[in-house]
Design a protein around this ligand. Structure first.
Ligand code: GAP
Length: 485
């Protein structure tokens, strides 16, 4: 049985064995921090995307979608601050040749120290925060030396100086090297939304407050990429920028905090598995920010960020593109009795990692159960996904291929497949097929047997309770539909 400590390795191997997630380029021994989604992973991913899209776009009449390109004009990244600021201070160990993010290295040391002295641990974190906020790289190295912080691989203190590394991937646009421009793979989807703000506002006749939502790939050359799909170099984000009147951003920020936390709870995940973490050190563009953290197998970590981004991004794009990014607000300001007029809107952003959400859902669903009886040792691995997220909703299993049972099963398959994803299987014993469906997280299995031919009933088996009951075959579709509501 997997303990909390080895739950993540157990999930990783389950995902590979059952076709959820594979290391990228597996037959070439993989590519660090890059993963491929297999036949069931891709369904899980799609269901999570659909749930988010429905809640953000379909449930809000003032939010619309967008799918902007990954490649964008390089000046966008200058304007957004990514060229100059999207970097982390790093340090290399000369013996192990391993590179570390300085804050991660010091935090790891402080965590160990906390077992003996909470105070000493806190003191080192306070010093680190001060040095980081002053970009004092020499001071950070001195802190590492003074505390004799060792490389976890080589065990030595043979460190280089602390240096900044930009996390954006770059490539060349154009076929002739001399003429080509350096462009970047976007490190966030948000900028695609900002640069389309006026296109969407004008073409959609959107009135403030309104939002633009987008799901898409983002790329970051993470130096320390670890934790399976928690920190990847190629990943997906689900982001929404909500444009508001200046002065109302605090209210909207609080309102989006509540709405987004409710989305997480609506996945059926208990409230104690989540917490907010308010940022003390704010990014250059924000006047308030927090993370929604989930209790992953490796502890509480960020899954979503909610940021009050002020008018920073639109103002920067106005400056660099020399195109006005203003909105005319003809609502009447009660204090002046006049329209609010022209302004650059303020923005509240909600930004959630799709892959991190998948890890969250897998961590919550992965369960090992001991089913031993005095007569027999037995166990099962079951993925207890919420019904709406399960890759397969219904497995249709004829007891045997012959005697016309598979024909009846296929009839049921044809009746249901338009409404939800069904899986048909006739190989192996029924017990083995149930266990396989448990491992894939299928909430309902239906068995067609000889009695079906006589009275039109089937056995329906429920994943979590493993209970079985006899129902009319004609009721199966509605029963599953009801459970998906
Ligand atoms: N536009 C704002 C933004 O990108 P962020 O906090 O850097 O903010 C938002 O990223 C979310 O994207 C994070 O909360 C996380 O879920 C996800 N994310 C960021 N870097 C990631 C990575 N390397 N691998 C997987 N997910 C990542």
């Amino acid at each position: 049985m997997a303990t909390e400590q080895n739950k993540l390795p157990a999930i990783i191997s389950h995902c590979k064995e059952y076709g959820f997630i594979f290391p990228s380029s597996d037959i070439y021994d993989g590519l660090s921090a890059v993963y491929d989604y297999g036949q069931w992973g891709v369904e899980l991913k799609k269901n999570i995307k659909d749930t988010w899209w429905k809640s953000m776009v379909y449930m809000h009449e003032n939010i619309v979608g967008l799918d902007s390109a990954i490649f964008m004009h390089p000046t966008i990244w200058k304007a957004s601050g990514h060229v100059d600021n999207f970097s982390d201070p790093m340090i290399d160990n000369l013996d192990s040749k391993k590179r570390y993010r300085v804050d991660h290295l010091i935090e790891g040391f402080a965590e160990q120290l906390a077992a003996n002295s909470e105070e000493a641990s806190k003191a080192i974190l306070v010093s680190m925060d001060q040095l980081l906020s002053n970009d004092d790289f020499a001071g950070l190295k001195q802190l590492i030396i003074d505390h004799k912080i060792k490389c976890p691989i080589s065990g030595t203190c043979n460190w280089t100086d602390v240096r900044q590394f930009n996390l954006m991937f770059s490539t060349q646009l154009g076929s002739v090297a001399d003429d080509s421009d350096t462009i970047y793979l976007r490190p966030e989807t948000a900028q695609g939304i900002f640069v389309n703000f006026l296109n969407v506002q004008k073409s959609g006749r959107m009135k403030i407050p309104f939002g633009i939502a987008q799901i898409g790939k983002a790329f970051r050359n993470e130096i320390v990429a670890r934790g399976f799909i928690f920190r990847m170099r190629e990943f997906e984000q689900m982001e929404m920028q909500f444009f508001v009147r200046p002065g109302t951003q605090k209210e909207w920020y609080e309102s989006w905090k509540t709405t987004r936390m409710q989305w997480h709870l609506d996945l059926g995940i208990p409230a104690e598995k989540y917490r907010f973490h308010d940022h003390v050190k704010l990014a250059h563009y924000a006047d308030a920010a927090c993370d929604i953290e989930y209790d992953f197998p490796m502890g509480f970590k960020e899954v979503e960020g909610i940021h009050s981004r002020t008018d920073f991004d639109l103002t920067q794009h106005q400056l660099y593109s020399k195109k006005k990014q203003v909105y005319f607000d003809n609502d009447i300001d009660e204090t002046t009795g006049k329209p609010y007029g022209n302004y650059v809107p303020y923005v509240i952003e909600t930004s959630i990692g799709l892959d991190r959400t998948i890890l969250l859902v897998l961590s919550e669903a992965y369960t090992e159960e001991d089913l031993s009886t005095p007569e027999k040792q037995d166990s099962r691995v079951v993925l207890k996904f919420p019904n709406k997220l399960a890759p397969i909703k219904l497995a249709i299993l004829p007891l045997m291929k012959k005697d016309g049972l598979s024909e009846i099963a296929k009839e049921l398959m044809n009746e249901c497949r338009e409404s939800f994803f069904c899986f048909y299987e006739e190989k192996d014993s029924i017990g083995k097929r149930y266990r396989r469906m448990d491992a894939l997280g299928t909430p309902f299995c239906v068995t067609i047997d000889h009695q079906t031919k006589e009275d039109g009933t089937v056995t329906i088996r429920y994943r979590d309770s493993m209970e079985q009951e006899r129902i009319n075959m004609s009721d199966v579709r509605n029963k599953v539909m009801e459970a998906l509501k």
